[in-house]
Ligand binder design. Structure first.
Ligand code: UGA
Length: 435
């Protein structure tokens, strides 16, 4: 099928590339000339395992084109995916201006039937608004359908999530649209849920909000564990084996970050408010997430008596492993809080250093974990990269000033770390060797 993908951000690039990989002719469009120029030289703007290889292969086989010419791409395609950003506005609502711009351009140039697929995360009712604005400004009076087809891609495993999804959600309100979407996804084995457009839009916000709720729930449990001397990991296993609960997204830590959960929970609260519902549960989820970071900084202070004039080696900056994404990363706030208390910060991340340099000021960037640990009063783990799970502790011990690890992601077994001669503080588990 001939597909246009408007917006070459995370979602657009993965979606376009994977549809090309499945044999479709895909044109990806973005307003950023630099981004398109780079993609045409196989320079990928994000770090996503496996993506570069797929882009190169599909460009070589002429199934994947990158351009800034939206009008031409719309005319030449049967299906147009809207994958542009919906960043948060000052008031927390999603900014839909990029979505609206694409919709207006589609309306102006389309001269034959088009299927318009909304893939950007949008508040409920956006699909109908898109349809309305296209209808109002449709000079060629051609037929079209709008469909909501939310994405559930996780950064770091986006290709696999796209090609092997748990489910495909399609909100559509015409047989023609339904049949085209069925054809597009014919090679997938996952169940397809057909709904109305509004329900599909809510499925996206509800999924992310529910996952964020699981994380805040387990972080709340971690707080109780620390007070009574229980082990949050065991509790997550104990409740997670109940199929109705499920173990995933029950890893206690420093709270969720990234460009999706913080933005989508906020947008969901706002849209609920707009329709007259006070989403108190989700507000509590946000509150727990914010206080988890503050609480973590207190733990660091407690372990070091005071952080003033101390040096900490931070391991991990990205909001999670296998990505270089620093957007809304918990590390940003935690580092700022520590610096505010007079702490000197050294940092290392396997992939996110370049992006971090635009955000983190007055920190020392190190080439590896051992440089970050050198002469430090403690190591603080903020992202659970595999590299950190396999540290050479002897080497760390030989360079660090004070053998103390404060782990915001629970990546080590406390007893093992103790054997290596470290004091160890983690989340929702007993501290080892401290006081
Ligand atoms: C999330 C969803 O998982 C995807 O399904 C969705 O498509 C995507 O948002 C989106 O809306 O585009 P992503 O933001 O890539 O994906 O990251 P997650 O793997 O969900 O992690 C989000 C945050 O939660 C990270 O900061 C992570 O460290 C944290 N987390 C996750 C925990 O603290 N504990 C857990 O048990 C799991």
């Amino acid at each position: 099928m001939k597909i246009a993908v408007a917006g070459v951000g995370y979602v657009g690039l993965v979606t376009g590339t994977c549809f090309a990989e499945l044999g479709n002719d895909v044109t990806c469009i973005d307003i950023s000339e630099d981004k398109i120029k780079n993609l045409n030289k196989n320079i990928i703007p994000i770090y996503e395992p496996g993506l570069k290889e797929l882009v190169i292969r599909n460009r070589e086989e002429k199934r994947l084109i990158f351009t800034t010419n939206l009008e031409k791409a719309i005319k030449e395609s049967d299906i147009i995916f809207i994958c542009v950003g919906t960043p948060p506005k000052e008031n927390g609502e999603a900014d839909l201006s990029y979505v609206e711009n694409v919709a207006r351009t589609i309306a102006k140039v389309m001269d034959a039937y088009k299927l318009i697929v909304e893939k950007s995360t949008v508040p409920v009712d956006t699909g109908h608004k898109i349809a309305k604005s296209i209808m109002e400004d449709n000079p060629h009076k051609v037929d079209f359908d709008v469909v909501s087809n939310p994405e559930f891609l996780r950064e770091g495993s986006a290709i696999n999530d796209f090609l092997h999804p748990d489910r495909i959600v399609i909100g559509c309100e015409s047989e023609r649209a339904k049949n085209l979407m069925k054809e597009l996804y014919a090679s997938f084995e996952a169940p397809i849920i057909f709904t109305d457009i509004k329900s599909a839009e809510i499925i996206k916000h509800a999924s992310n909000s529910f996952l964020a709720t699981k994380i805040s729930f387990i972080n709340a449990i971690a707080n109780i564990c620390e007070r009574v001397g229980a082990d949050v990991e065991k509790i997550a296993d104990g409740i997670g084996l109940d199929k109705r609960i499920n173990r995933s997204f029950l890893d206690a830590g420093i709270g969720y970050g990234g460009f999706c959960f913080p933005k989508d929970t906020e947008a969901f609260i706002k849209i609920s408010e707009k329709f007259g519902y006070d989403f108190k549960l989700l507000k509590a989820v946000q509150e727990i997430n914010i206080s988890q970071r503050k609480y973590f900084v207190k733990k660091v202070e407690r372990a070091l008596s005071s952080v003033n004039n101390k040096t900490i080696g931070i391991l991990g900056l990205a909001f999670k492993p296998n990505t270089d994404d620093m957007r809304f990363a918990p590390s940003i706030e935690i580092i700022a809080m520590l610096q505010g208390k007079g702490c000197k910060i050294k940092v290392y991340d396997p992939e996110a250093m370049q992006k971090a340099k635009y955000i983190l000021k007055n920190v020392i960037y190190c080439n590896n974990p051992y440089d970050a640990a050198k002469n430090a009063d403690a190591i603080v783990i903020l992202t659970e990269w595999n590299e950190f799970k396999e540290l050479n502790f002897k080497k760390i011990k030989s360079v660090i000033k004070n053998a103390l690890i404060i782990d915001g992601r629970n990546i080590y077994n406390p007893e093992e770390i103790k054997k290596q001669g470290f004091k160890y503080v983690s989340i929702g588990r007993k501290d080892v060797g401290v006081f």
